[in-house]
Design a protein around this ligand. Structure first.
Ligand code: ZN
Length: 239
């Protein structure tokens, strides 16, 4: 089980950076919530968020919570300001473990945010990175005071890409596998002619609704086991 602590930067009384009609605290929460939702589509991963609404846990509250929970990884999401443009991320200086994750996560995020510039992989002595006991990364997802970055941050599709990039990085880092049932990417099963014949036989005898949607290999196994039995009973004249 991999435990990922997701920190939406700032919140409540602390808006973080502001600019172009945007507040950092709102965007970080949007991205963090989506990262949380997307990660839940994977097996063997648990998530905890530092905040789920417009509140301000202190930086110490946040790292204490991650440490006490025994997180395996901490992700802190921020938006930049102060003149510049593009995406960058930070790990604690010379932290070999965190640098390995940064290499993977940075590459995956960059793949998803083509329109935004890449300022590279950096290191800094930030509280969230220094006081967390597990490998960690802090992402700065564009400059709120830059009009073209802000225009991107106002688009839902761009926020979704940012969230997916973060998740793809974590998936690759921890070798996460998608849950088999549920989730939007589930493929509709197409029956082979033999399986279709078996399905029709079950429908004919009222064991299955004609509009039943075959979901998985368990369904198929059941259909292909029951159909020959029905054939046998038909032959014996029992049906
Ligand atoms: Zn920030």
């Amino acid at each position: 089980m991999v435990k990922v602590f997701i920190d939406a930067g700032h919140g409540g009384s602390d808006p973080g950076a502001v600019g172009n009609g945007l507040k950092e605290k709102d965007i970080t929460l949007k991205i963090a919530k989506r990262v949380d939702e997307l990660l839940k589509e994977y097996q063997n991963v648990q998530t905890k968020m530092s905040r789920t609404g417009d509140t301000y846990p202190s930086l110490t509250d946040r790292t204490n919570e991650a440490n006490n929970w025994g997180a395996n990884f901490l992700l802190s999401i921020h938006i930049n300001a102060g003149g510049g443009n593009g995406y960058e991320d930070y790990v604690y200086p010379d932290s070999t473990n965190s640098i390995a994750y940064q290499n993977i996560i940075h590459a995956e995020i960059i793949k998803k945010i083509g329109q935004m510039g890449n300022r590279g992989k950096k290191q800094a002595n930030y509280h969230m990175l220094r006081e967390s006991n597990m490998p960690s990364i802090l992402t700065e997802c564009g400059f709120i005071d830059n009009s073209s970055d802000a225009a991107l941050l106002k688009q839902d599709a761009f926020i979704e890409g940012l969230a997916q990039g973060h998740v793809n990085g974590l998936v690759k880092s921890f070798g996460l596998i998608k849950k088999e049932v549920g989730g939007v990417t589930e493929e509709k099963i197409v029956l082979t002619p033999g399986q279709k014949n078996a399905f029709d036989k079950l429908v004919k005898h009222g064991l299955m609704a004609a509009d039943y949607e075959v979901k998985d290999s368990v369904d198929i196994r059941l259909i292909t086991m029951l159909a020959p039995l029905l054939t046998k009973l038909e032959t014996k004249g029992s049906l």
